[in-house]
Structure formats: structure tokens, C-alpha cells
Design a protein. Sequence first.
Length: 314
Amino acid sequence: MQTIYLSTPDGRFSQVDEPTDGAWISLIDPTPSEIAAISEQYKVDADDLRAALDVEERSRVISEDGYVMVLVDVPTTEMRADRPWYITIPLGIILARQAMITVCSQRVSVIADFEAGRVRDLRTFMKTRFTLQLLQRNSGAYINILHDIDKLIDQGEANLRRSTRNEDLVNMFELEKSLVYINTSLVSNQRVLDRLMRTAGVKKYPEDDELLEDTVIENEQAVEMSTIYSNILSGTMDAYASVISNNQNAIMKTLALATIVLAVPTMVFSAFGMNLNLKGYPFEEPIWGFYAVVGISFGISLLIVAYFVRKKWF
């Protein structure tokens, strides 16, 4: 889908029907015909336009004759089995002479914020500033997702003492995988930022220095957060596995002790329940003999329970 936006020098930002100089062309999961039309109109290699649609593409900056392509990873969320799954997908930013073009396989939150005009001081004709604003917003999106992951880690830690299910361990493992993807993408984006301002073909404006510095700092903060959360999660998963093992051992211990306690009455009742006519059998004649056998059996069981309690095995 192709959408065209244009901002005027007085600050107005709106959607337009036809592309003009200084416009922003947003391509969300574009069709082959849309890619071919943009490629022909703005003299951009079609392969560069399709690069952002390949989830395996790495972040990079390419300077071609007439345009510069910036490829970065942006975070997004998918729902799998009623749980959020955090992944990263490529976003292509192409700085052509007449317009700025972004290409992505889906409408991520970063693009949605720009399309909704929620970014202050947005100028589509100022391509370098627009790119830096987009990258800064992207770093902020990573930080927001990292905060969500931190909350999920806290929820997992709250279940450590009582959980014996493998499902909880699998959920934590999925979070660890998400953190690996996020950290790798952030490091790649940092390299893109470092090279972007050294690339020929990208106009540099003195007023953008502060924005670039803020963008770099925010991305570095996201890298540090992802590293910290990854280390925390790794330690939490180790503790998680140990607690699950300990809980299972505690359950098996309780069952074993209960079996020992019940074994004594079982042995006594089995002995007195044999169909044998043996003279001199204890409690054979008295009418209260049955109750005596039951009482002795449970009395021995209570002594065993008291012994286990004293040893703090129960």
C-alpha cells in the first residue's frame, strides 16, 4: 500500500494524492507494481526497495548514484498462543532527490506515529532531520518494548516459588530469544547511526547535531537495557530450572514419606488378614481385638509421623 504525505514550511502535515517534490512516500507491504512505479519515477533500484521486505536483511547504509538507502531494524509485536512475541523487521529509508521513501513489510508503531502526525516539528522535505527523527523514534520504541519485557520477567520471577510447569520455563525462553534479536538489531542500528553522518550524499545541517547526539544516546541506552535484561533473564532461567527441580523433589519426598507412614498399617492388616487358623494368634479371642490391632497400627504410624516432624522431613 502506498501513502503520500507532505509538510509545508509553516508546519502543516497532511496526506496528499499525488507525489510532489519534498514529499514522504510510505510503502507498507507494497505490490510489485507499486515497487516498479516508484523505481522508475525516482530512479531507485527495485532490489533496494524490496530489501526491506526480506526479514533476513541486515542493517546497513548504501550510497548510490542519486539516492542513499538506510536499512534499519524496527521492533514489532506478534501474538502467538495468546502471548506477545517480540521480533524485529527491516525498515528501508531511501533519501532520493525529489522525495523520501520508506518501505516496510507491515505498519509498525514507528511509522504509525509519523503517519498520524504525532511527531513534533515534522518536515518531510528535510530528509536528514526526518531520518534522524525516525531513528530516534525507533530507539524509543525499543525502550518501550524492553520495559514490557522487564514486566514479563518480573511476572516470571513471581511464579518461581510455586511453579512446576514446563510451560513457564518455555515462556521465559521465548523472552530470552526476543532479547537476543533485539540486542542484535540495536547493535546493528548503532553502526548505521555511526556511518550515516559520514556517508556522502546525506546533507548535514548544524542544527541536526543535537538531534543526532540524542538519537545515538537513546540507542545506546536501549543497547545497555537489552544487555542488562538479557543477563537478568539468563540468571532467572537458571534459578527457574533449579526451583522447578527442587519443587519436584519436595513433592517426591512428601509422597515417599506418606508411603512409609501407610506401609505400617498395611503390613499389620495384611498379617491379621491372612486366612490361617493359627493358635495363639494375638488378639484372636477378645471381642475388642480388632480395635486393638487398628489402634496399634495407627499408633505406630503416628510415632513415625512424629519422628519425621521432629527431623523436619515433613
